[in-house]
Design a protein around this ligand. Structure first.
Ligand SMILES: [Zn+2]
Ligand SMILES: [Zn+2]
Length: 452
């Protein structure tokens, strides 16, 4: 049998730990058995509301004979657990007939029994959970994604919501966005780190920490997600969709599914290392001899127990809209009603890049979105126009903005037919100055005439 040939016994146990977790067993972990330095997998299953411990012996050998089953049976009997218990021997090879007979008498998958899984069973399980038995990698085959849309709003609602802030841009003028979604792999690892550090003076440090690490799990290697993205993924109540029964291709113009970059075993090992580092502290204490000591308290690999590994795709929704001469992009990570924006072309001036302005105004003339500095009023039509496309001219010493040459000509004619005071009003500052000058002149003249 060629399966798992390259694996050492050690890797086989790591692999089986992930397999059992994937099969739905709870609290799956490894422990060192002191008698023969072998390692068991300990886990739990819930039968009719009762939690039952399962002690697993892994044998990466060609044949497994009766003494192995016997030995596990006594290990189960002495295993300190408050509730029913049973055993399980798993091998990449096969069981001898006496081993099978013995396990059958013990009761198999019942309280106190020992269940046997051989290479053939393993292959069936492998097919079911997407385990590549030949290189020992469990490809993460994830069919779950956080819901990419709001539960009560349409696909493009976030775009419309963002556009609502742009002055002078009627929603009716907005074409249906081209909206693509990229499913980005994430893995949430929940772990418990418990350790007690003792010296001759007693316990100097105690650790009992629960962590939920959210990892970005694409091909760029694991990276801890922080901030809003972490919040979206770590939320246990965030609604999810099944990608098999609810294909996104029907709702989005383009769907890209990125692949997970590593196996569950690798993510787990990475998380354990990370948590060990994170919980390492230096403790100062005074010894019995009144001397001050310093000790680095670093949890060991077995102090960190992985409670669960939860892969899920995080949808990155990316909408594009063309308005006039400009393309706009609005993108966000989504998890049902919650989202976090990653690109927002609607709150950004196309001319200067200002993305923190109090208002943004749409220029219907060219399709640009502009900050107040780059927004002017079209003199002839009284509508906003941007500095980028406007044709200008000076009237009453003030620059005026027009959609085009034609409007400028039209206004020139209008201006030339205005009364002087109307023309002056084209430059309020100048006009106000003129009025003030007139008042001053009147006062001077009046006083000269002795009226005041
Ligand atoms: Zn600007
Ligand atoms: Zn414009």
């Amino acid at each position: 049998m060629a399966i798992l040939d390259d694996l050492s016994g050690y890797d086989f146990e790591d692999l089986m730990e992930d397999v059992f977790r994937k099969l739905g067993y709870e609290n799956v972990r490894q422990s060192t058995r002191s008698a023969d330095k072998g390692r068991d997998i300990l886990m739990e299953e819930v039968v009719d509301g009762r939690r039952r411990a399962v002690v697993v012996e892994c044998k990466h050998t060609d044949t497994v004979s009766r003494p192995v089953v016997q030995k596990l049976h006594s290990a189960v009997a002495t295993y300190d657990y408050d509730g029913p218990k049973r055993g399980l021997v798993v091998t990449t090879g096969r069981f001898t007939d006496p081993a099978r007979e013995y396990a059958r008498k013990l009761g198999g998958r019942t309280d106190g029994g020992v269940e046997l899984l051989d290479g053939r069973d393993l292959r069936e399980i492998a097919d079911r959970i997407g385990l590549d038995l030949y290189n020992g990698r469990i490809e993460i085959l994830c069919e779950e994604a956080l819901a990419p849309t709001h539960p009560t709003a349409g696909r493009d609602a976030p775009v419309f919501e963002a556009v609502r802030d742009v002055e002078n841009l009627p929603l009716e003028a907005l074409p249906t966005p081209e909206t693509a979604v990229t499913l980005e792999p994430t893995v949430t690892i929940r772990a418990q780190t418990s350790a007690t550090f003792e010296t001759s003076v007693g316990v100097i440090h105690r650790l009992d920490e629960t962590d939920a690490l959210v990892l970005r799990a694409d091909r760029d290697g694991p990276q801890v997600a922080t901030g809003d993205v972490r919040e979206l993924v770590a939320n246990r109540n965030a609604p999810r969709i099944d990608l098999e029964t609810a294909p996104l291709e029907r709702r989005f113009d383009e769907v890209t599914r990125e692949r997970f970059g590593a196996t569950e075993t690798e993510y787990k090992a990475w998380a354990v290392d990370r948590l060990r580092q994170q919980h390492t502290t230096t403790v100062h204490y005074t010894g019995g001899n009144n001397v001050d000591y310093e000790k680095t308290c670093e949890p060991t690999r077995s102090d960190v127990s992985i409670k669960s590994i939860d892969p899920v795709y995080l949808p990155h929704v990316d909408s594009r809209v063309t308005l006039g001469e400009y393309d706009y992009r609005y993108a966000y990570y989504a998890a049902g009603p919650s989202r976090t924006t990653t690109a927002d072309g609607f709150h950004r001036c196309v001319h200067c890049g200002e993305d923190d302005a109090a208002t943004y105004t749409y220029c219907a003339n060219c399709g640009s979105i502009n900050c107040p500095t780059h927004t002017k009023t079209e003199r002839l039509e009284g509508e906003p126009v941007c500095t980028g496309c406007a044709v200008t001219d000076r009237f009453a010493l003030k620059t005026k903005y027009f959609y085009d040459e034609e409007n400028r000509e039209a206004f020139r004619e209008e201006y030339s037919e205005m009364a002087i005071h109307e023309q002056a009003m084209e430059n309020p500052a100048l006009a106000a100055g003129a009025v003030l000058a007139l008042v001053v002149a009147l006062v001077v003249v009046s006083s000269a005439l002795g009226i005041v």
